[in-house]
Design a protein around this ligand. Sequence first.
Ligand SMILES: Cc1cc2nc3c(=O)[nH]c(=O)nc-3n(C[C@H](O)[C@H](O)[C@H](O)COP(=O)(O)OP(=O)(O)OC[C@H]3O[C@@H](n4cnc5c(N)ncnc54)[C@H](O)[C@@H]3O)c2cc1C
Length: 431
Amino acid sequence: MTSHKPRVVIIGAGFAGVEAAKKLGKHGVNVLLIDRHNYHTFIPMLYQVATAVLYPHQIVYPLRRLFRGLPTVNFLQADVEKIDFDRQIIYAKNIAIDYNYLVIATGSRSQYLGVTGAEENSLPMRTLTEAIAIRNHILSCFEQAIKVTDEAEINRLLTFVIVGGGATGVELAGSLNELIHSLQKDYPNLNCDRARVIILQSGRLFPSYPEELGSYTEKWLRRHGVKVHLNSKVSKVTPEAVYLEDDTAIFTDTVIWTAGVLAATPQMKQSVNTADKDKIIVEQTLQMCGHKNVYGVGDVSYIDSQELNGVAQEAIQQGETAADNILRQMDGKLPKPFDYFNKGRLAIIGKHAGVGKIGKFALKGFIAWFLWLEVHLLYLPGIRNRLGVLFNWLKYYFCGEGASRIIISTDALMDDRERGRDREERGQGEI
Ligand SMILES: Cc1cc2nc3c(=O)[nH]c(=O)nc-3n(C[C@H](O)[C@H](O)[C@H](O)COP(=O)(O)OP(=O)(O)OC[C@H]3O[C@@H](n4cnc5c(N)ncnc54)[C@H](O)[C@@H]3O)c2cc1C
């Protein structure tokens, strides 16, 4: 393939990359937006796909459609493998693309914290295909459970362990608990009361929220039947069980890993400064140290002296600032520092229950739950998606069932995983 000559290349069409592309496109700048998927994923709703509340297509939006009204924004579906800052070229399979400005917005990936067997034997939830794989797996456990007679094996199949008690782990635990207890009518010959959700957390729940919200969540989950194990560190995961540091073994076929993230940085030819979790250190202006025409935004980057939590709002605002700064540089002006405006945070625990922190106010219960639904519906791209999600939520709320509980192929997931492994095996080699 011949090389392109775009003015601005953006790698990653998540929250940060899409925001940057929109802003630059509105100013008529030539943009090439690259992502390994041809859709934008609304990650905060992944857990609702994993627990069959929503259909997969309702939380994604085709990128080519998203940018139809912005003719200077082009999209390329490719997996970026390497960046050469000196030559200002990025490499994907069989493609070399040069840039004048580069925005790295590749997000994050799961971190297994050195726990033996965790990567091989647990299910991550960061992409749409991974969320579908979790849904398939949960439903398959029920399908298998009705075929076996051994009591211990039935218990193992109906035990669902979530590692990580941050927002993702809690949201998933609450929703999964609702799913497994609503499956009784589909499996009348199985005692679904035996099914249990266990959440394992090394400290307290919701460590980044005020303590009272953590204990409210803990009580709420326990009251609804979720087994909450706090101060529990996982030491090993096998295909049959998860082991804690105190040698407790929990026999299960399902371990969902939500603890820990690493920056998902493509390989770089030149060494760059990185912080904790492999994040690229950027200046206050979001420019990469030593590379004034390269920006790092969203989950992939780290700004010294700003306390950020790795949430969508931060990524969106950083994408906007990077675009503003590129426009300023094109006009011969100095880039301005990133100034985060914290609009607050919300998380759902289960039906009618949520927690949140908006300014000084800590919210819990119905109001936080309702606000979460409203805010996420507002930010979800696409009218059709919003209407579909609203319909599914109402169906789920009144009838206890959102999306169809179907098991579909996980081949797509294998593609994702193989690609990851492939890249690791190629290691430092020249492309
Ligand atoms: C399960 C889960 C639930 C969450 N819930 C919430 C929530 O409720 N509220 C909230 O505010 N935040 C939430 N977050 C955090 C939020 O999703 C992230 O902070 C946000 O997505 C970061 O945006 P980003 O643009 O940096 O990266 P992402 O949105 O992750 O986008 C990165 C993009 O880069 C692409 N990409 C990566 N590497 C390459 C490559 N080499 N080549 C091509 N493309 C590549 C990916 O395909 C992806 O589209 C959640 C995160 C997770 C995992």
